[in-house]
Design a protein around this ligand. Sequence first.
Ligand code: UD1
Length: 355
Amino acid sequence: MHVLHVVGARPNFMKAAPVLRALGNLGQTKQTLVHTGQHYGANMSDVFFSQLEMPLPDVNLGVGSGSHAWQTAEIMSRFEPVLLERRPDFVLVYGDVNSTMAAALVAAKLGIRVGHVEAGLRSFDWTMPEEINRVVTDRLADLLFTPSEDADANLESEGVRPEKIHRVGNVMIDSLVRLLPVAAKVPKNGFPERYALVTLHRPSNVDGSESLKNILQSLVEITESLDVVFPVHPRTRQRIAEFGHHAEKLHLSEPLPYIEFLALESRAEVVITDSGGIQEETTFLGVPCLTIRSNTERPVTVSIGTNVIVGQDREKLRVELAKVVSGNRKTGTVPPLWDGHAGERIAATLGSIEH
Ligand code: UD1
């Protein structure tokens, strides 16, 4: 069996690593790793490969940044010859970034079976580029590896045949479980004792001057009760500079490596984010999460986890933060199959399919 994995952006790396490892342990599987280059450089890409102990990509398409249409088209035209040459039995794509959808389209058109890891998540919000990527990728995929029951239900309601759906659990949690003991050894010095950890990069939050200013002001207000540690995504850093906004009272840093971020996340009083994956990681860690979005494609983090959706409502953020600071934090439980073994279940499923 020959499996070709496609990764491109930061959140893909921690999802692919456990599957690469599990397939490697299965033996007799040829694996090829293609990096589209959607994210690039030391702190957005390279450090993840070393910390997650992933093999270096066999091919890097070197696409880089651009508009959605340009980036998607560029990935497609650079990926097609690779696929024609390598002809794997399966192409595995991860998550919901542009690289995911672009690679799935190329593979499907060449008649190569596509497996989508993290299938079935829906925010039902078509203004999110990721929602378009999720729906298109799932429509094209032959194997849909889902993290939770709601994802199965979404796919079934869209008419996906149940035999294509494989509930394997949350593969990103596999990486977390494996590296949490390493993160626990990261020294605490240099960081405040009690802090809120912030990440922010959604276009809906950071691409508009007013919404970004509003959020930054809310974060500065929070510093009255907690320090705010904020590793800044390149998109957000660009916007802050472009709009001339200020955030002096916040502890700003460059994007962090996986292990250092995990250390900060696991020790935070609260995490304030618009990321998808961080809503899940905080639920696993039992750390309260306030999500600055009006919806989530990961509802299980709200229904049984520690996540609260606060939108861009400053008052709601204030109220929820006050609850955390006063010790009245939301507790939760870990969803089924978020147990560190999702990658093995994916490998076993692939191994059981005729190729
Ligand atoms: C992408 C994903 C998003 C994911 C996020 C995680 C899509 C549509 N979006 O958003 O779903 O949550 O990654 O980080 O696929 N840049 C750099 N260095 C990099 C990458 C980007 O400086 O390594 C800058 C570029 O100026 C670029 C901007 O950041 O224009 C945005 O990058 P892009 O990959 O387009 O989207 P993200 O916001 O990172």
